[in-house]
Design a protein around this ligand. Structure first.
Ligand code: ATP
Ligand code: MG
Length: 424
């Protein structure tokens, strides 16, 4: 036998027994974002490498070591998108959607990062992203957070996630802070972990969220970003908090939250859970007023977030929060004996679907003995099996077997859809 080819490490198949949870989550998100007036945008999975280098930032983990980059056949450097924001900006700006107008957009799809695969962390993973453009005031930051809270509420997750908030100020404020931080940390360079030593020269803010104990000890007496935040950023942060409070959204301020991507400024936030080990963040975002311009567009305020579908699915499964209605289960299995009955069974199955579009109706294909067909009906775990033979066709009826009780009754063909609809 030929050797079987396996999937690529860290890139998962979503099998039929998992896909219903995905569909449930995606449908719930689609409904919630639509109710806030967000429209879907779709863009390619592959972009010019420069888009992410410039958009995400040369010194970020993503660009430094996580991208799937390759040369096209004509020598152009392309990259499988590691996140959606840069592509969303590219697409919206290219279509002229960002000029003198506001936009509320969302997207979903696979992202690619060369990371060490583990629970909740994969090389192909999926995000749902929500982005808004053209609005600079903190009310839109609040709207996005309130929208995400509504989603958690719908999914039954609200009490299992915590909102962490911070402000990282304006670029100029961060530059002053970075210089002070580097000054301080350089004195203790040999006490920092290897990654942090390297980041001292490239992306010093990221040192703040180092997990290393010795680094964290050094950071205890480091200058605080908070002390470098100017009036405008502070007022923005306060308005955001006032709106959240007025809407009953609880949060904690995490002064160490800086986010890994270069484009953020002012508001940053994460929704974290204690149920998923170290892959704790299920949703993360913030304001990125500089990005559109950085990518060649006209200066446009923007704020958005992205959530990780795999982590949310894991969380829903761990907490047993998948409603029965979202699970795939066959309602009716239709079997028939004989040519006339086979034809009639098609008509009957169609009438069931026509009457109630939520019903899952499985019509047995391929004939076979009555016993065999009944076995398949059993295995399908359908609530009802409908049986049609020549006698039934001649009399315009069918047998309806309730699989949970074993009861079998005959019903006129014309009434059966209504009967089943009422029972389910
Ligand atoms: P982390 O700190 O966990 O690496 P991140 O800051 O790199 O996350 P973002 O780029 O902000 O993540 O992406 C937003 C969300 O996408 C994350 O909060 C997470 O839920 C999800 N996510 C990011 N990377 C992965 C991955 N490799 N596998 C699965 N989900 C991911
Ligand atoms: Mg990461």
């Amino acid at each position: 036998m030929a050797r079987k080819i396996q999937a690529i490490r860290g890139m998962n198949d979503i099998l039929p027994d998992q896909s219903s949870v995905w569909l449930y989550l995606e449908k719930t998100v689609a409904d919630v974002v639509k109710s806030y007036g967000y429209q879907q945008i779709r863009f390619p999975i592959v972009e010019n490498t420069d888009l992410f280098k410039r958009g995400v930032g040369e010194t970020t983990d993503i660009v430094e070591k996580e991208m799937y980059t390759f040369d096209d056949r004509n020598g152009e450097s392309l990259t499988l998108r590691p996140e959606g924001t840069a592509s969303c900006v590219r697409a919206a700006d290219q279509a002229g959607l960002l000029f003198n107008q506001t936009q509320r957009l969302w997207y979903t799809g696979p992202m690619f990062r060369y990371e060490r695969p583990q629970k909740g962390r994969y090389r192909q993973f999926h995000q749902i992203g929500v982005e808004s453009f053209g609005m600079g005031s903190a009310d839109i930051d609040a709207e996005l957070i309130i929208l995400s809270a509504r989603l958690w509420k719908k999914l039954g997750l609200l009490e299992h996630v915590e909102l962490q908030l911070n402000t990282i100020g304006l670029a100029s404020e961060r530059e002053t802070y970075k210089a002070a931080l580097v000054d301080y940390l350089t004195e203790f360079k040999d006490q920092l972990d290897e990654d942090s030593q390297r980041r001292l020269g490239t992306n010093p803010l990221r040192i703040l969220d180092s997990k290393d104990e010795s680094t964290q000890a050094v950071l205890k007496d480091a200058p605080n970003l908070e002390d470098f935040i100017g009036e405008e950023s502070q007022a923005h942060f306060e308005l955001l908090q006032a709106i959240l409070k007025a809407n009953g959204i609880s949060y904690v301020i995490n002064r160490r939250l800086v986010r890994g991507l270069d484009y953020y400024g002012k508001t940053v936030f994460e929704w974290v859970t204690s149920h998923l080990g170290s892959q704790a963040t299920v949703c993360a975002g913030g304001r990125y007023d500089g990005l559109v311009e950085q990518l060649g567009g006209k200066s446009t305020p923007a704020v958005g977030f992205a959530m990780g579908i795999e982590r949310l699915v894991l969380l829903l499964e761990t907490l047993n929060l998948i409603p029965d209605a979202a699970k795939f289960s066959t309602d009716v299995f239709v079997i028939s004996m004989g040519d006339d009955a086979e034809l009639a069974s098609f008509v009957l199955a169609e009438s069931l679907r026509e009457e109630n579009s939520n019903l899952i109706v499985l019509r047995h294909c391929g004939g076979g003995s009555f016993k065999n067909q009944m076995k398949k009906a059993d295995r399908s775990e359908a609530r009802f099996t409908i049986i049609l033979g020549q006698d039934e066709v001649d009399n315009g009826i069918c047998q309806v077997k309730d699989m949970s009780t074993g009861d079998q009754q005959s019903h006129p063909l014309a009434d059966v859809a209504a009967y089943i609809g009422a029972k389910l």
